[in-house]
Design a protein around this ligand. Structure first.
Ligand code: 3UK
Length: 537
C-alpha cells in the first residue's frame, strides 16, 4: 500500500466525505455508539445535513468559524461535520478550561456561532456579553429554546437556540459547499510557553491523509473495528483516532461524555460497548493499572489494539499492561500542528519506551543547534516534513516563523534515533510540560500562584511521578506575613483549581527561601530541575 498524497485527492474536496463515503455501502450500519443514542451512518448524515442547513439559515458562509464546546456526544459529531459541509471552519474547544480562556479563544477565532453543551454553559455565561463576534449560541441538551438558555446565556442577545429545535426545523438533504482540498476545515487551540493559546488550522485534505497514512497503513484499522478513546474529541488525538480514522475505513466509534481520567468509568464504557481499539494517554494507562481488579473484575477481551500518545509512554507501563492484559500498546508521537501521529510503533513492530519509526508520508530529521544532522545515538531537535503540517499559528506571526520552517516543522522535541531506526523521546527544548497528555505552561501556573497574596516569587517545573510521568511542582517564596506550612500549600493548590484549569494545578508545593536566578534576575527553572533531588531530600 502506498502513502496517500494530497495530489491523489480531487481539487474540490470536502472532508464531509469521511462520513458520506459510507452511505453507498453501509448507510444502515451503526456509525456511533453512545450512552444516549446510537446512530447509523445514514442517520448521522441526515442530522449533519440539518446542521448544515441550519447554519446556512443563520447566514454562516464559507470560511467563517463555528465554535464547538461540547462533551463527546452525537451532537458534537453533527456540529463538526455540518460545519465542514457548510465550508466553515469547526473550532473545537477544550472543555476543561475557564471562562477567560473561552473569551480569548472566541475572540481570536471570531466564531459567529457556538455550539455549547448545556453542562458547560456555566463557563460561557460569564463572558457571553464580552465577546465581540459571537452572534448565535446553540445549546445542546438544554430544556428547550427560550428557557434555561436565555436565562444563562442568551439574555439580551441574539441566539440562545435549542439544538433539538435548531435541527428539527431543517430538511435532511443538503448540498456540500465545494471547498478546495487546501481550504481550512478545522481549528484547535494549543497552549504556548507564554501568552495565549495558539490557534492551529487544518485543511480538508489533512483528514483523509492522516486517516490513510496512520489509521489505515500504520495502525491497521479495519471495517469491523469499534474504537473508543479516553482522549476527547476536542483534541485532534481524539477527533482523528475516535472519529475520522475509523469512519474512513467504515468502522464504528464509541462516544463517552463522562470524565476521561476516571478509570472505572472507562472500564464501564468498555464493558457496555465492547470496543476493539482503545486510545489513552500514558497517565490514563497508569491509572487503569493502579486498579488491582483491572483484569479480574473487568472483561477487556473485546480489545485488540491499544494506542498511547500525548506524552512518552514509559517502558515499565508498557510491560505492566502487557503482563496484565496480554496486549501491547502502540505508542506514537503526534501533534496538533501535524493533526496526528507522525512517528509511530506498529502493532507487529513495537520497541517499548520508543516512539517507533516515521509514518508513511512523513520524513523526520534530528539536528543540532545549527541545523546539521546528528549521528544515531545522539540527542538533537526533531524536525518533521509532511503534507499534513499546519501553515501558521493564527494571529501569531513571530511564533509561526520559528516553528513552520518552510517544508520542515520544528517540533520542540528532543529525540535520538537508535541503530535500528527507532526514535526515542528525550524531553522538550522549551519549558512546556505534557501532563496527562495535555499541555501545561509553567509560566501560566506561576502567574496564577503569584496572584495569591501569600506568594512573593514562584517557579514551576516538571517533576516525574512514581510512574515516570511528569507533573507540575511549584517552588514558592512567601511574603514575610505568610506562614509557609502545609495549610498554605493545600490552600495554594485549591486556589489554582479555581483560577486556572484544574489539570494545570501543581501537585506538590515546596517552600524555599530564594529561587536560583541569572545575573539579570531571570529565574533559572533548569537549575531547579537539576537540584530537584537534593531540595526534596
Ligand atoms: C508530545 C509526545 C512523546 C510532544 C497529539 C497524538 O499530543 C498531541 O498533540 P499536542 O499538540 O502535543 C504535541 C507534543 O506532545 N507528545 C505527543 N505524543 C507523544 N511525546 N511521545 C509521544 N507519544 O512533545 C509533542 O510535540 O497536544 C498526539 C495525536 C494527535 C495529537 N494532537
Amino acid at each position: 500500500m502506498n502513502a496517500l498524497r494530497a495530489d491523489d485527492l480531487p481539487l474540490a474536496y470536502n472532508a464531509v466525505d469521511i462520513l458520506e463515503r459510507n452511505l453507498p455501502l453501509r448507510a444502515d450500519k451503526t456509525a456511533l455508539h453512545s450512552d444516549t443514542r446510537s446512530m447509523s451512518f445514514g442517520e448521522v448524515s441526515a442530522e449533519v445535513n440539518q446542521v448544515t442547513n441550519g447554519l446556512r439559515a443563520l447566514g454562516v458562509r464559507f470560511g467563517e468559524t463555528v465554535a464547538i464546546l461540547c462533551l463527546d456526544t452525537p451532537e458534537f459529531v453533527s456540529a463538526f461535520f455540518g460545519t465542514m459541509k457548510t465550508g466553515a471552519v469547526a473550532a473545537s474547544f477544550n472543555t476543561l478550561l475557564k471562562p477567560a480562556d473561552y473569551r480569548y479563544a472566541l475572540d481570536d477565532c471570531r466564531a459567529r456561532v457556538l455550539f455549547v453543551d448545556a453542562r458547560l454553559l456555566g463557563s460561557i455565561a460569564p463572558i457571553r456579553n464580552e465577546v465581540r463576534w459571537l452572534e448565535h449560541v446553540i445549546v445542546v441538551g438544554g430544556d428547550g429554546a427560550g428557557d434555561g438558555v436565555s436565562d444563562g446565556v442568551g439574555s439580551g442577545v441574539a441566539g440562545g437556540l435549542d439544538y433539538g429545535a435548531f435541527v428539527a426545523q431543517q430538511p435532511a438533504e443538503a448540498d456540500v459547499t465545494p471547498t478546495h482540498r487546501d481550504d481550512f476545515c478545522c481549528l484547535n487551540y494549543s497552549s504556548g510557553t507564554t501568552g495565549e493559546a495558539k490557534g492551529i488550522l487544518h485543511a480538508h485534505k489533512d483528514l483523509p491523509l492522516t486517516a490513510h497514512n496512520w489509521g489505515l497503513m500504520t495502525l491497521g484499522l479495519r471495517e469491523d473495528d469499534r474504537t473508543f478513546a479516553a482522549a476527547k474529541l476536542f483534541f485532534t488525538f481524539g477527533t482523528g483516532g475516535n472519529l475520522v480514522f475509523p469512519w474512513y475505513v467504515g468502522a464504528s466509534v464509541t462516544l463517552f461524555a463522562g470524565p476521561p481520567r476516571d478509570p472505572r468509568a472507562l472500564l464501564g464504557v468498555i464493558a457496555r460497548h465492547r470496543p476493539t481499539v482503545f486510545y489513552n494517554a500514558p497517565t490514563g494507562y497508569g491509572m487503569l493499572l493502579s486498579l488491582e481488579d483491572l483484569t479480574t473484575a473487568n472483561d477487556l477481551s473485546s480489545l485488540r489494539l491499544c494506542v498511547s500518545a500525548g506524552e512518552a509512554l514509559p517502558a515499565p507501563i508498557w510491560h505492566a499492561w502487557k503482563a496484565r492484559t496480554g496486549l501491547g500498546i502502540v505508542d506514537g508521537i503526534g501533534s496538533t500542528e501535524n493533526y496526528h501521529i507522525f512517528v509511530s510503533n506498529r502493532p507487529d513492530d513495537i520497541r517499548p519506551g520508543s516512539s517507533g519509526k516515521p509514518v508513511p508520508g512523513y520524513e523526520v530529521r534530528i539536528v543540532d543547534e545549527v541545523g546539521d544532522g546528528v549521528p544515531d545515538g545522539e540527542i538533537g531537535n526533531l524536525l518533521v516534513r509532511g503534507e499534513t503540517a499546519a501553515l501558521f499559528y493564527l494571529h501569531q506571526s513571530a511564533k509561526s516563523r520559528t516553528t513552520f520552517l518552510g517544508e520542515w516543522l520544528f517540533t520542540g522535541d528532543k529525540y535520538r534515533r537508535d541503530g535500528d531506526g527507532y526514535y526515542w523521546h528525550e524531553g522538550r527544548s522549551d519549558d512546556m510540560l505534557k501532563v496527562g497528555g495535555i499541555w501545561v505552561s509553567p509560566v501560566e501556573v506561576e502567574s496564577a500562584l503569584l496572584s495569591h497574596d501569600a506568594v512573593l516569587e514562584v517557579a514551576v517545573v516538571g517533576v516525574p511521578d512514581a510512574n515516570d510521568l511528569v507533573k507540575p511542582k511549584a517552588y514558592v517564596v512567601v511574603h514575610a506575613h505568610a506562614a509557609a506550612d502545609d495549610d498554605l500549600a493545600a490552600a495554594l493548590i485549591a486556589y489554582c483549581r479555581d483560577v486556572i484549569a484544574e489539570y494545570k494545578r501543581p501537585r506538590w508545593i515546596v517552600f524555599v527561601d530564594e529561587l536560583p536566578k541569572t545575573a539579570t534576575g531571570k529565574i533559572q527553572r533548569f537549575r531547579l530541575r537539576d537540584r530537584e533531588p537534593e531540595i526534596d531530600a
